[in-house]
Design a protein around this ligand. Structure first.
Ligand SMILES: C[S@@+](CC[C@H](N)C(=O)[O-])C[C@H]1O[C@@H](n2cnc3c(N)ncnc32)[C@H](O)[C@@H]1O
Length: 507
């Protein structure tokens, strides 16, 4: 694969910098309403706003590379004075010569890790045409979700598996010593190479399927938004490399979840977006739970959505540009193929969620030395809104689970805990009663959890001020309620552990 022309890339970087081609500047030039419409994949308000901004370079760039509008050669010169028509053509950015049209989507992206430019294929919202099987995705909703889940502490080696245009690799680069990014698609890797050069970020890009290109290596962090879409292998069904790994059912994801331990260094973490099938007669989490067990790692699954077989077929037919209005025949053929494929394996629903896997590091003085402890697993559903990046919650939970694993109940009872700043308590009373009927602890941040507490637990939590140990607080509660200290301790300890894990209480 050819390196993009270094001089042309340098000129482009300088032009995009001078044009202030940033998310803030675009919001300023286009306005918040067109920007919001753009986020809903509606380009018209932004096209109108960009045209009325005249020769503003950021607006011209948005017209050519986000909005599917045409520019005159003079306008292209204003937008990209150093790169020029020849440089833009050489980098594969434009078709033309007159009028000039963007051949790729090129836009500023902001993530929790900072801002960078990202080139990818133009999407359906811009071209008005269904995308092709070799389409290279820009930053979609799932890409942003993973970017905002990704841990941000400094690490040595990071792997981005299925990098596409390189969005996750660029997101992790600021805190990774080295980033290896893999993909099966040569087109995707060409975009990733251009994006790495444009943002002046070194990426070790490798071609190959799933874990093959990194066999025998170890990483501290693995991130992957893999091709998880379950697709029938039937005549007439387009196979989209960007979303479908070409295997049967959820095999691609199963192999990744169960095999990623091979490339994780001790203390390493893998963060994956996944789909899993729910088969007739099985519990909705049975399959993903079995994968966690097979992985041998600590594992946490957060299911965000689930779809029944019909909903799933509709979602992915529409994603491929097939709708009943456009082509009823294709819609019905595709729909039937999905239902047949699901029926073959008895699939009744598909779960979607985030998987975090971690390999305990028994040499770090945190995890207990000696025989390996049983892996920690948690599988849960969270369908509420996520109000900010989730990575701080993921990081805190992983840290808490390792710290808790190192403390047996005796040692844990000696800990002095504090209540996290975002915790509030709600009490409900029956009319006229002095004693609350229901007590609920609420968490303001993170996953915004709510936990029912009995009077003893609420009293313990309310007294966790960082001075008294859990055992001392339990003794105080026992004296007040005229009960046995050990009985209070035995009843609250498991719940207090869960509250530490969930971030209500801090060690
Ligand atoms: C959903 S896209 C994710 C792209 C990007 N990482 C992101 O987060 O937006 C999945 C990527 O996996 C790649 N892919 C498909 N099959 C693959 C395979 N067998 N091995 C490795 N990558 C594959 C696709 O080319 C695509 O770039």
């Amino acid at each position: 694969m050819d390196e993009p022309n270094a001089q042309a890339v340098q000129a482009l970087r300088a032009d995009l910098t001078d044009a202030e081609y940033t998310v803030d500047r675009l919001t300023e030039v286009l306005g918040p309403v067109p920007m919001a419409a753009l986020a809903r994949e509606q380009v018209l308000p932004a096209v109108r706003a960009a045209r009325s901004a005249g020769p503003d370079p950021a607006a011209l760039l948005a017209r050519a590379f986000i909005l599917g509008d045409t520019l005159s050669p003079a306008e292209l010169d204003t937008a990209l004075p150093r790169t020029g028509a020849a440089g833009a053509k050489q980098l594969g950015l434009t078709t033309g010569p007159t009028p000039v049209r963007g051949a790729v989507d090129l836009r500023p992206i902001d993530t929790a890790a900072g801002e960078f430019w990202l080139a990818a294929d133009l999407g359906e919202a811009t071209t008005g045409r269904a995308v092709t099987g070799d389409h290279v995705l820009g930053m979609g909703g799932a890409s942003r979700t993973l970017a905002e889940l990704t841990l941000r502490h400094p690490v040595g080696r990071t792997l981005d598996l299925g990098t596409g245009c390189g969005v996750q690799a660029l997101n992790v680069a600021p805190f990774s010593g080295e980033v290896v990014a893999t993909d099966i698609s040569a087109r995707a890797l060409a975009f990733a190479r251009l994006n790495a050069a444009l943002n002046d970020v070194p990426l070790d890009l490798r071609a190959g399927s799933m874990l093959e290109p990194v066999a025998g290596e170890q990483f501290d962090l693995v991130v992957s938004n893999p091709p998880f879409v379950i697709t029938p292998r039937a005549a007439g069904i387009t196979e989209y490399t960007y979303r479908d790994g070409g295997r049967r059912g959820d095999d691609v994801v199963r192999d990744l979840v169960t095999g990623v331990a091979d490339v994780l260094a001790p203390g390493g973490v893998a963060q994956l977006l996944v789909n899993w099938e729910v088969r007739d007669g099985e519990g909705r989490f049975d399959r993903i739970q079995a994968w966690l067990t097979e992985s041998g790692l600590d594992g946490w699954v957060i299911q965000r959505e689930s779809a029944d077989a019909a909903e799933y077929a509709e979602t992915w037919l529409r994603d491929g540009g097939i709708t009943p209005d456009r082509d009823r025949d294709a819609w019905e053929r595709g729909y039937a193929a999905w239902l047949d494929d699901f029926a073959d394996r008895g699939v009744v629903a598909v779960g979607f969620g985030y998987v975090t896997l971690s390999k305990p590091d028994q040499s770090d003085g945190v995890a207990p030395a000696g025989p390996a402890r049983a892996p920690w697993h948690r599988v849960e559903e969270f369908t509420g809104p996520v109000t900010g990046p989730l990575w701080p919650t993921i990081a805190a939970t992983l840290q808490a689970k390792d710290a808790l694993a190192a403390l047996d109940d005796g040692a844990f009872a000696e800990q002095a805990l504090t209540v996290a700043a975002d915790v509030t308590e709600e009490r409900h009373y029956r009319p006229g009663s002095a004693h609350p009927e229901v007590i609920v602890l609420h968490q303001g941040g993170g996953l915004g959890r709510s936990v029912r507490a009995d009077t003893a637990l609420a009293a313990v939590v309310g007294t966790c001020d960082g001075d008294l140990s859990v055992a001392q607080i339990a003794a105080g509660v026992a004296a007040l309620t005229d009960t046995d200290r050990d009985a209070v301790l035995a009843s609250v300890l498991p719940q207090v552990r869960e509250l530490v894990l969930d971030g209500f209480l801090l060690l």
